[in-house]
Write a protein that binds this ligand. Structure first.
Ligand SMILES: *[C@@H]1O[C@H](CO)[C@@H](O)[C@H](O)[C@H]1NC(C)=O
Ligand SMILES: *[C@@H]1O[C@H](CO)[C@@H](O)[C@H](O)[C@H]1NC(C)=O
Ligand SMILES: *[C@@H]1O[C@H](CO)[C@@H](O)[C@H](O)[C@H]1NC(C)=O
Ligand SMILES: *[C@@H]1O[C@H](CO)[C@@H](O)[C@H](O)[C@H]1NC(C)=O
Length: 422
């Protein structure tokens, strides 16, 4: 077995399913679901709520939600062949089953000879860049980098200038206290650079992308000879996945799966949404990455109007930190570099055998093209839900203050989808 594998063969056959699921992260349907739902509230800042929404509207929405029934058998019953009913039921059960673990279980605890930083040599300042997911992955890497170069980590600054124009700080999004506490055996973390160092000369670095541990331990560590503070201008430089000391890889995973929790208010709100979805049985959480920024960045414009194509090209051309400007949408799509359109997602889920009554939680920002883009998915799967349909404006209000200009959220989209149905 690969010596850096994070999962080792389990010796006992009865594993605790939660631990297994945890280990298989994105692969477990349930965990994917949970994560999407928990991640989603943190993206609240993308949306502007319609101020005219009030509780009477909420009431209508709840009624709609209650009417959504799980009659997975209805279709099968129309087929009077008993055998096909049985095989269909079996297929449905399998659809919601967790994928096989093949006997692996998580093992991210540090090895016996691992220790935290004893004598930190200086401070690592990090400017996390990109959207929430990218910043999250970057922060995991930066914790590992701090450990590799024996640095005290200063709580990272979150990107406020990305497409999302989100003004949230680290502690708005993540549980800062827990982050510091749960990593105390790995690296020292402080909230701010000590006063006496605030004017010190800093080494400003764009770490070389996909570098190995050696790059940090040699090249970057040398900076300590001249500086007390290293400032990473970006966090998305990604540590190489090959030949990383196993304890560093494990640390990276501990940050990802444990230390980097969402702030309690987001966590609680996410759990509420999750319970409301679960109360009606299994569901799909769909991170439909069919958002303006993604399409503009990737140059994917299949099925869009020429006006929309022009808008996306304009955004790409005017976003200075996106380096690739000239993209042939057809070629891009043929190379498999485009997100699935909502219609394609619908076809895909249908082909997998999910019945049209399946409830789908849309975990995404504003879908580009709005209800027009969603119509084909909605036609196959009418029970589309989102946080605006599951929560009241009152519950959503605390997350509202971070709204940026790219909002005008999907609430209007879903309202019109609902109206179309009735
Ligand atoms: C609340 O919603 C109802 C129905 O949608 C509407 O008639 C009423 O004017 C709204 N009230 C406020 C204060 O927005
Ligand atoms: C019933 O099941 C059989 C076998 O799967 C299939 O060929 C047939 O089309 C089904 N009939 C209906 C009405 O769905
Ligand atoms: C980090 O500190 C340890 C002792 O605590 C030392 O053995 C190691 O060489 C240091 N690493 C770097 C890159 O400075
Ligand atoms: C989409 O929504 C807009 C405004 O909410 C509405 O004017 C339009 O008719 C809708 N289009 C479709 C295809 O439902």
């Amino acid at each position: 077995m690969h010596r850096h594998a994070l999962f080792r063969k389990k010796t006992r056959s009865s594993g605790i399913w939660l631990r297994l699921l945890w280990g298989f992260g994105y692969f477990g349907v349930t965990v994917a679901t949970l994560l999407s739902v928990l991640l989603l509230p943190a993206l609240l800042s993308k949306f502007k709520m319609q101020s005219e929404e009030n509780h009477s509207f909420l009431h209508q929405k709840q009624v709609h939600f209650i009417q959504v029934t799980d009659d997975v058998h209805t279709q099968a019953k129309t087929n009077n062949s008993r055998r096909s009913l049985r095989s269909r039921e079996k297929h449905l059960q399998n659809l919601w089953r967790h994928p096989p673990t093949r006997g692996f279980e998580p093992c991210v605890s540090p090895s016996k000879d691992y220790s935290g930083i004893e004598n930190p040599r200086g401070y690592l300042l990090v400017h996390a860049n990109g959207g929430l997911n990218q910043m999250r992955a970057g922060i995991c890497d930066m914790v590992a980098v701090a450990r590799l170069i024996n640095a005290t980590l200063v709580i990272p600054q979150l990107d406020k200038r990305s497409f999302w124009k989100d003004s949230s700080t680290f502690s708005d999004v993540f549980d800062e206290e827990y982050f510091i506490k749960s990593l105390e055996k790995d690296i020292p973390i402080v909230r701010k650079l000590p006063k006496e160092l605030s004017t010190a000369l800093k080494a400003h670095k764009n770490f070389r992308s996909w570098s190995s541990a050696a790059y940090y331990q040699e090249e970057i560590t040398r900076l300590w000879d001249d500086y007390k503070v290293i400032h990473a201008a970006k966090s998305d430089s990604r540590l190489a996945n090959n030949d990383l000391p196993s304890d560093i890889q494990k640390l990276r995973c501990r940050v990802h799966y444990d230390a980097l929790r969402f702030a309690p208010s987001i966590e609680a709100f996410g759990r509420n949404l999750l319970e409301r979805m679960r109360s009606k049985g299994p569901f799909i959480a769909l991170h439909l990455r069919y958002e303006k920024d993604m399409l503009a960045f990737s140059g994917c414009s299949h099925g869009l109007s020429s006006m929309q194509m022009e808008e996306l090209t304009r955004i790409r051309e005017s976003t200075s930190h996106w380096r690739v400007k000239l993209i042939d949408p057809k070629e891009q799509r043929l190379k498999g570099l485009c997100p699935l359109t909502p219609k394609e997602v619908g076809i895909f889920l249908e082909a997998l055998g999910y019945p049209s009554t399946t409830r789908i939680y849309i975990a995404a920002g504003e879908i580009y093209g709005g209800n027009y883009s969603m119509a084909a998915l909605q036609a196959r799967f009418p029970n589309l839900l989102n946080k605006e349909l599951l929560a009241s404006p009152y519950e959503l209000a605390p997350f509202r203050r971070k709204y940026g200009p790219c909002s005008r959220g999907p609430s209007s989209l879903f309202r019109s989808l609902e109206n179309n149905k009735s």
